[in-house]
Design a protein around this ligand. Structure first.
Ligand code: NAD
Ligand code: MG
Length: 404
């Protein structure tokens, strides 16, 4: 019996994880469920999955949850505040931690899991983008197992030799082909991108995901973050990775070896496949995902990304090549700009403008420790917020002037 903690259980990945766990109650037990503030959703999840502990970061929401659980007669203990996330991760009965909090908020509990030597299922790509060298080192030092959940990285992991070590380039590898759906605006003309709404950006053609990653998929920043993520996970450089647009989202990525073999992992676009793989690894368990109808699918297509309409991918490649704190700065500027877009204060096409403005003012510095990362993250968010304040309400064609 393995004990599982889910960081971010009320989100899209969290819900898919609980769906897989419910199919394997003989092998998996929920130790703790955690979320930011959605007490209603967490209460429902507690009723169904009976965790030992439930954590809400928001104190008022945690109070409401405790009352509801008591009234329902459940023994689940409620903890509140950020420190409680680390606490449940470190419990001796925790074997597996699903890191599925969105954004930089997931950094510290993800590190807690790596340092405690747990099996770390990493969905929270922002943690790796912000602090890849430190996280890989923490995993190595504690002997934790790091299994990627991002569908592309999980696909690559499945195509690597069984002896592959996190952070080390696998022998014989020539390059990685990182597939991208292209997002909802793959065919949208450049002049129409400025006016797209958050609802349009969040309507992904193949995946149902949280709002932040949905916007990242629409700008192609998601692929940029994934490129950086792949560099850390597999010990490769940005030049070892080719991004390929594959609108059907059936091939989840490919690994090319020196002998010319290209291995791919295919499947329906459903996060329960990588989640089930990582929960059961090295075994392979049922996940509830429909079998792939390859004949019905018929055609699989591949094309190069358009870096002019989607500059975020190029910005991420630039940050990846610069290294040091640059990916941290990129991530902070992106999170700030995406939130501003979702809140209606920024145009879609101004997201890369803000990120580029922040990168242009920054220089890559070494990454000695987490405190440096957190300080750089705060400063980059402030720089992005300052740019956004200057852009808010500016006509789209005067954006460059507003920043000049
Ligand atoms: P989501 O928005 O649906 O859920 C986010 C979860 O994080 C929620 O449970 C929320 O309560 C929690 N959370 C948010 N802020 C928090 C805070 N400050 N403290 C504690 N908890 C907090 O997001 P998602 O789509 O499930 O994505 C989660 C992560 O997985 C992201 O990093 C995303 O990039 C990655 N990912 C998601 C998918 C997908 O299909 N959704 C695929 C690949 C990778
Ligand atoms: Mg992905």
């Amino acid at each position: 019996m393995k004990g599982v903690v889910i960081l971010g259980s009320t989100g899209s990945v969290g819900a898919s994880t609980l769906d897989v766990i419910a199919r394997h109650r003989d092998a998996l037990r929920v130790v703790a469920l955690t979320a930011r503030s959605n007490d209603a959703r967490l209460f429902e999840q507690c009723l169904e999955h009976r965790p030992d502990v439930a954590v809400l970061v928001d104190w008022l929401a945690a109070g409401r949850l405790a009352e509801q659980l008591q009234a329902a007669g459940l023994a689940t203990r409620v903890l509140r505040g950020e420190a409680a996330l680390d606490e449940v991760v470190r419990l001796p009965e925790t074997d597996v931690v699903m890191a599925a909090i969105v954004g930089a908020a997931g950094l510290l509990p993800t590190f807690a899991a790596a340092r405690a030597g747990k099996r770390l299922l990493l969905a929270n790509k922002e943690a790796l983008v912000m602090s890849g060298s430190l996280l890989i080192e923490a995993v190595r030092a504690s002997g934790a197992q790091l299994i990627p959940i991002d569908s592309e990285h999980n696909a690559i992991f499945q195509c690597l030799p069984a002896a592959a070590v996190a952070g080390q380039r696998p022998p014989g590898l020539r390059r990685i082909l990182l597939t991208a759906s292209g997002g909802p605006f793959l065919g949208t003309p450049a002049e129409q991108l400025c006016a797209v709404t958050p609802e349009q950006a969040c309507a992904h053609p193949n995946w149902v995901m949280g709002r932040k990653i949905s916007v990242d998929s629409a700008t192609l920043m998601n692929k940029g973050l994934e490129l950086i993520e792949a560099c850390w996970l597999f010990g490769v450089t940005p030049d070892d990775i080719e991004v390929v647009v594959h609108p059907q989202s059936v091939v989840h990525s490919m690994v090319e070896y020196l002998a010319g073999s290209v291995l791919a992992q295919l499947g329906n676009p459903d996060m329960r496949t990588p989640i089930s793989h990582a929960l059961s690894w090295p075994e392979r368990w049922e996940s509830g995902v429909e079998p792939l109808d390859i004949v019905g699918q018929g055609r699989l297509t591949f094309e190069a990304p358009d870096l002019e309409r989607f500059p975020c991918l190029g910005l991420a490649q630039r940050a990846a090549r610069a290294g040091g704190t640059m990916p941290t700065i990129l991530n902070a500027a992106n999170e700030t700009a995406v939130q501003s877009f979702l809140d209606g204060h920024l145009n879609f096409t101004s997201i890369p403008t803000v990120i580029e403005g922040v990168l242009n003012c920054a220089a890559a510095a070494p990454v000695p420790n987490l405190d440096t990362i957190l300080a750089v993250d705060r400063a980059a968010r402030q720089a992005a917020a300052n740019l956004i304040a200057r852009l808010d309400g500016a006509a789209p064609d005067s954006v460059a002037g507003a920043l000049g």
